[in-house]
Ligand binder design. Structure first.
Ligand code: ADP
Ligand code: MG
Length: 698
């Protein structure tokens, strides 16, 4: 009984094979331990049962106990509703249902005693409760009067009578056979330092909280523990790697860097750019390998920072490379950077999938001899045929297109791992970055170069197109270019593509005098590149596209971004798309086009977009609206992310505390070998190992 993860849920009284299978399949609950950690998603105060006489029309949710007297159906078709009289010793109140009428009538029988839960409303001069929650009176559970837990269940479970209350009952049975005093999963010193309650107490109170205060303490303990182990795991891994991996020491700031700074830089660096360069300089000078995530909103000048960091490498006798997610981006980087480097005479090359064989061979040779100092490219850089004389610094642009695995392939190019700078314009809130990229240090450029005009964002309904087209025409007449973006979401690709093509046709009809190009992800790469190029070169006035243009394309002359069906985009995607304009000196606009039917969430998203240009603010809001699981980049981060109790968006302070304490523990005992910390190493091993497969054991 000491290891509850070894007890199959099937053998718990009241469960059995059928229910066990449901719990396995629907909730991933296999063991006693899994069940204890199945945390309610909400609680409702049921400590008080009202009498019907006491009820008024101004109460919140209340609990009543009594009997259903009789049912009555009224109205026809869509107006059909079911009413019933509910009575206790003090009076009656009306119940109303507009849906599930047949089910209700069959399920709840007149004459039986039920507890009922709902919000009374005054309708005319009569009180009623619409769609109340009804439970059979269960003496065992209802004898417990306090905060009632609610557990998430699935449709399938409910159709087999495995609802929230049934789960509560199973858990109550479990607590009768396991001791309240469960083995501790945290060392005494950590418990004292974090001021948390004991595990057994927390796990009991999370299911049967005697008071709101004890519930809070239970939640705190479990959240802390979850985040603590997450951080302990990340920090231990990071530290081990740091000890193991020496980096190339860049000891000097040399001629290239200094000449570039003095002679080539057409503007003053922003304060944020200077700060980040100092952070990088400290890292690469330390003798340890740098792994740094550089976050900065679109247009904040990350590329320039990357270039100057690459020059540090060149000054120290190393080569550097920059990897971009698409050919267009790589080419753009190559063009800007080689232009800026021209006065220095540093050899820089471009390598992509479409580099000609002869040229490619020349580049390969130049890389091996060390003559090529800086290489810009796409995934093509990862190929085994690409070898360097002395690769010391790697820049990866737009993190979310590269997984951890791809990153590590670069390590192998030079025996020792080069320093790595990952740049991303998808701003990630600090708390999330700490968890996702625990092994990366984070730098932030939180300042835009001076003189930028913020993009003006407006919301238009789709019946206001005439006005919109007139505005577009005025911009084109002034020599500007326009993006029009349509959503392309995988599930309905065919329909979406039709929308896009339809849009393309329509735009060409409305603007017969202008050149319109079209780009989408289903095109052959070469065809796509060619269409993009027509826009980049200025030949096309309007580009109709899907979100393929989200990342990185730089056309400073484009001043209008129209986003069709804006309700179908997430916040960070909208922000990324908007970042494609506002890159030149002219005032730019982003127009969000939606239908009139908007959900509450969509309204909020649109409102945030029209109110702020600050990527971090948007990212925070996004995290609040969607939760971290949906954040872009999380899937590829390589870190398991199913938190059971804690919420990265809301529990930032606990996360910070957990990280601090995990750091302290590792400072004192890096390998977790002292007897006190034995519990930590054992638990880490268990948590980050796969679940036990009971079907194979029994
Ligand atoms: P990011 O990669 O962060 O989106 P870029 O590095 O492409 O941003 O910079 C956007 C534009 O701003 C470029 O044209 C660049 O030359 C310019 N820029 C960068 N830093 C500064 C600065 N400190 N002052 C003025 N312009 C700058
Ligand atoms: Mg960029």
């Amino acid at each position: 009984m000491s290891d509850l993860s070894m007890n199959d849920i099937k053998f718990l009284p009241g469960v059995g094979p059928k229910r066990a299978e449901l719990l396995n399949k629907e909730l991933g609950i296999y063991s006693y331990e899994d069940l204890l950690y199945y945390i309610p998603y909400k609680y409702i105060d049921r400590s008080h049962t009202y009498t019907i006489r006491e009820v008024t029309g101004t109460m919140p949710y209340i609990q009543l106990r009594g009997k259903i007297m009789r049912y009555e159906t009224q109205g026809e078709g869509r107006k059909r509703r079911l009413t019933a009289l509910f009575a206790d010793d003090t009076g009656t109140i009306e119940l109303v249902w507009f849906k599930g009428i047949k089910y209700i009538e069959e399920r709840y029988q007149p004459g039986r005693e039920y507890t009922l839960f709902g919000r009374p409303v005054l309708f005319g001069n009569r009180l009623n409760i619409a769609h109340p929650e009804i439970d059979a009176v269960d003496t065992e559970i209802d004898g417990y009067s306090g905060l009632q837990p609610y557990y998430t269940t699935t449709e399938k479970m409910r159709s087999h009578f495995l609802n929230s209350k049934a789960i509560q009952k199973i858990i109550s049975t479990l607590w009768k056979i396991v001791p309240r005093k469960l083995p501790e999963t945290l060392p005494a010193a950590v418990i004292a330092r974090a001021q948390v309650i004991y595990l057994g107490e927390a796990l009991y109170n999370i299911h049967f909280p005697p008071s709101p205060d004890l519930l809070r303490k239970a939640q705190f303990r479990l959240k802390f523990e979850e985040l603590f182990y997450l951080q302990l795991n990340i920090l231990r891994y990071t530290r081990q790697r740091r000890r193991a991996l020496d980096g190339f020491p860049f000891t000097v700031i040399g001629e290239y860097f200094n000449r570039f700074y003095r002679e080539c830089l057409p503007f003053e660096l922003t304060g944020a750019q200077k700060r980040v360069l100092k952070e990088i300089r400290t890292d690469v000078g330390s003798g340890r390998q740098m792994n740094r995530l550089l976050q900065g909103d679109v247009g904040s000048g990350k590329t320039l920072v990357a270039l100057m960091a690459m020059l540090m490498a060149v000054d120290n006798g190393y080569q550097a490379c920059l990897m971009a997610p698409t050919e267009i981006l790589a080419t753009q980087h190559y063009e800007t950077l080689s232009e800026m480097l021209r006065p220095l005479g540093v050899r820089i090359e471009l390598l992509t999938g479409s580099t000609r064989r002869k040229e490619r061979e020349g580049i390969h040779a130049g890389l091996l001899s060390g003559e090529v100092k800086i290489l810009i490219g796409t995934h093509a850089l990862l190929e085994d045929t690409v070898n360097f004389a002395n690769l010391g610094f790697v820049v990866i642009d737009e993190q979310h297109r590269f997984g951890v695995e791809q990153r590590s392939r670069l390590w192998r190019k030079n025996g020792r791992p080069p320093h790595v700078l990952v740049m991303t314009a998808t701003p990630i809130p600090r708390t999330l970055a700490m968890t996702l990229y625990g092994d990366l240090d984070v730098s932030v450029i939180d300042e835009l170069p001076p003189g930028r005009k913020p993009v003006t964002t407006i919301h238009r309904y789709d019946n206001q197109r005439g006005e919109l087209y007139a505005a577009i025409r005025r911009q084109i007449e002034q020599g500007r270019q326009i993006y029009i973006v349509y959503p392309l979401i995988q599930e309905s690709e065919k329909i979406d593509l039709k929308n896009l093509e339809e849009g393309f046709r329509q735009i060409r009809e409305v603007f017969p005098e202008y050149v319109v190009c079209m780009v989408h992800g289903k095109m052959k790469p070469a065809e796509k590149e060619a269409e993009m190029q027509r826009f980049v070169s200025g030949e096309a006035h309007i580009m109709v596209a899907t979100t393929v243009i989200e990342v990185g394309v730089n056309v400073p002359n484009a001043t209008v971004m129209v986003i069709e069906n804006a309700e179908r985009f997430g916040l960070s995607q909208l922000h990324q798309l908007r970042g494609r304009v506002g890159r030149g000196a002219d005032q730019s606009y982003c127009v969000l086009v939606t239908s009139h039917k908007l959900t509450e969430d969509t309204r909020k998203r649109i409102e945030i977009m029209t109110q702020t240009n600050d990527g971090f603010e948007i990212s925070e809001a996004d995290l609040q609206l969607r939760g971290p699981g949906d954040m872009e980049g999380t899937q590829q981060s390589g870190i398991a992310f199913d938190l059971r109790v804690a919420n990265i968006a809301k529990d930032g302070q606990i996360l910070q505390l957990a990280r601090d304490i995990a750091g302290e523990v590792l400072d004192a005992d890096p390998d977790l070998t002292t007897p006190d910390n034995y519990v930590l190493s054992r638990r880490l091993e268990k948590l980050f190992r796969r679940k036990i497969d009971f079907s194979r054991i029994s």
